[in-house]
Design a binder for this molecule. Sequence first.
Ligand code: FAD
Ligand code: SF4
Ligand code: SF4
Length: 398
Amino acid sequence: MTLAAPHKKAKALKSGSRRPAKELCSECGLCDTYYIHYVKEACAFIHQQVAELEAQAHGRSRDLDSSNELYFGVHQDMMAAKKKQPIEGAQWTGIVSTIACEMLTQGFVEGVVCVQNSQDDRFQPAPILARTCEEILAAKVNKPTLSPNLSVLEEIENSGMKRLLVIGVGCQIQALRAVEKQLGLEKLYILGTPCVDNVSRAGLQKFLETTSKSPETVVHYEFMQDFRVHFKHENGSIEKVPFFGLNTKELKDVFAPSCMSCFDYVNSLADLVVGYMGAPFGWQWIMVRNETGREMLDLVQDQLDTQPVMSSGDRKAAVQQSIPAYDKGVTLPMWAAKMMGLVIEKIGPKGLEYARFSIDSHFTRNYLYLKRNYPEKLEAHVPEYAKRIVNQYELPEK
Ligand code: FAD
Ligand code: SF4
Ligand code: SF4
């Protein structure tokens, strides 16, 4: 006799115990539940299967010969948008929280997986299955740390919920897609954000202390399209630090090994993606991947100002130059970094070209990291689209 739900017999790992993906684990939360039963198939770091899961989620995998799909994945529409009335304290204008609240209050879903912070630490993630709009709004703003969002999966099955929205980043969503059919849902909606350079809580502390003048008062930060990191402080002031002035030697080991090995920057498997990097400064960037994503966006369309996406500049030389600079851990003096930032901001890549700049820089860095540290994983772990992107550049031999 075969068991209908064999995972229910599996045992979740205790917190702190070593995960099957070992040091590459991004703490997505799957192994905190009995769905660990599927980990060898589902984990993004054990079994890379983006193309197969794209076909399952969107009806086809991306067209590698289309330059937009090569970079941004399967999509039917893309735009820049911002809320007419932004949500105070959201990461950007709060489009993600607004969609989630509308889906819940209009009865499209019974619950929303999102991540609040712990009571005593604004950056310590605390995933929840939200059942009210207040709980969703309490999850607004990025927790810029690895977050075990999928740790609430058991609660979903046990609650008997049939219609669910999950908000998450790429590695969480790959594992979720892989176990989607085991969740017993009638309808799953997935609202994703792009994600890159994530860190453990300890890594975040080091980043803040190395980069900000007042690490203890930072409320949130973002790597912005003006080539500066913007730190927002408790008193509302904004501190701007040029990318090129970052202490790359110190920061090299800050990012989690999972994130140094990640090639799903744009959250390829979500139905709808909301980020910022493909939009003009101050706007958010929306990608509708399939009909489910369209349904979600339609719910808030009248609350948004929108404009078409644009693209200008040429990223290629800047990316090629950044490869050895990052590799050698070069840090420019602050005056030179500011100057370089200003020049690049004036003449550099904008809109979709900025998004390509960021993808190229991270994919080349991550490819080298994987090649040096996990050469045996390189071939299977790097998706075909990422190989094509990396192959545009000359990389150091070793
Ligand atoms: P809000 O309404 O403030 O809602 C934010 C939502 O994010 C909440 O629902 C919360 O549950 C969820 N969330 C917060 N932290 C996490 C986490 N650690 N894991 C999973 N879910 C989380 N966009 C880009 O275009 N380029 C980037 O390089 C980029 N890097 C990112 C890195 C991280 C670690 C994260 C979490 C997001 C990143 N984003 C990036 C997305 C972007 O910063 C915004 O989150 C997005 O535009 C939504 O803004 P909002 O105001 O609509 O969100
Ligand atoms: Fe488990 Fe997720 Fe870690 Fe993979 S990344 S080992 S699925 S917790
Ligand atoms: Fe996961 Fe990739 Fe984000 Fe790291 S960078 S948290 S691996 S999606």
